[in-house]
Ligand binder design. Structure first.
Ligand code: ADP
Ligand code: ADP
Ligand code: ZN
Length: 214
């Protein structure tokens, strides 16, 4: 099973990818997570990416396409994968199409998670994750069962992303509208796009996705 999950920042792509990963035994390929890994490692690509990410812009297509092309070749992608945060521009979508045909791979479903604009800002500014296991939470919408303790691993240390502040969020939403939203049409025109209501409760969104995936 190979999926593309589209949607603006804060739509719930990461949250849903993690759930589908567990349910379907396939892996989440998040270009955002990969880039944060590069930043943490202090690599040349990481240094360049950090500036762009902190400003809420998009990292160059060239860097991203190479990163994904290499990643898809790993053995752990054989059973299937969920692309989360990629493609994010029309050139990335076009590069993905040619990359897949070269590798003789096919995407099963392209699904966009739709949310209201106001919800995005609230979701992003309230988002935090467990520092130990990466489980995602939200101040208001997804609290751990026991305050301050991660449901998944019992960790008590949590962190927020450097770019999840109100200023950067505005730029990220602009980047989404200008550069990413056009790929919705790209897949819609190709007749392969499916939509789910991302304003529903987290469990309901998972159920809608599973219904599409079958
Ligand atoms: P994305 O990967 O699309 O940027 P996330 O999955 O990280 O989005 O979700 C952003 C924030 O919103 C997280 O804090 C998450 O807990 C919360 N969230 C995700 N889906 C929902 C939902 N359906 N309703 C309410 N909050 C949600
Ligand atoms: P979100 O889903 O909340 O927007 P991500 O974790 O997907 O966040 O991405 C964080 C940042 O990493 C983006 O704002 C952008 O700077 C960079 N990034 C991630 N994926 C891509 C991509 N496919 N193309 C260009 N930049 C990307
Ligand atoms: Zn944890």
């Amino acid at each position: 099973m190979k999926l593309i999950l589209l949607g603006p920042p804060g739509a719930g792509k990461g949250t849903q990818s993690k759930r589908l990963e567990e349910a379907l035994g396939i892996i989440q390929l998040s270009t955002g997570d990969m880039l944060r890994g590069e930043v943490a490692s202090g690599s040349e690509n990481g240094k360049k990416a950090k500036e762009v990410m902190d400003a809420g812009g998009l990292v160059s297509d060239e860097v991203i396409i190479e990163m994904i092309s290499d990643r898809i070749d790993h053995d752990d992608c054989k059973a299937g994968f969920i692309l989360d945060g990629f493609p994010r521009t029309v050139p990335q979508a076009e590069a993905l199409d040619s990359m897949l045909s070269e590798k003789s791979l096919r995407i099963d479903d392209v699904i966009t998670i739709e949310v209201d604009k106001e919800a995005m800002v609230r979701r992003i500014t309230g988002r935090y994750t467990c520092s130990a296991c990466g489980a995602g939470y939200h101040e208001d919408f997804q609290k751990p069962a026991s305050a301050g303790v991660c449901d998944k691993c019992g960790g008590t240390d949590f962190s927020r992303r450097a770019d999840d502040n109100e200023e950067t969020v505005r730029n990220r939403l602009t980047a989404y509208e200008e550069l990413t939203a056009p790929i919705i049409n790209y897949y819609d025109d190709a007749g392969v796009l499916k939509r789910v209501d991302g304003m529903a409760e987290i469990n309901q969104v998972t159920a809608s996705l599973k219904e599409i995936i079958g």
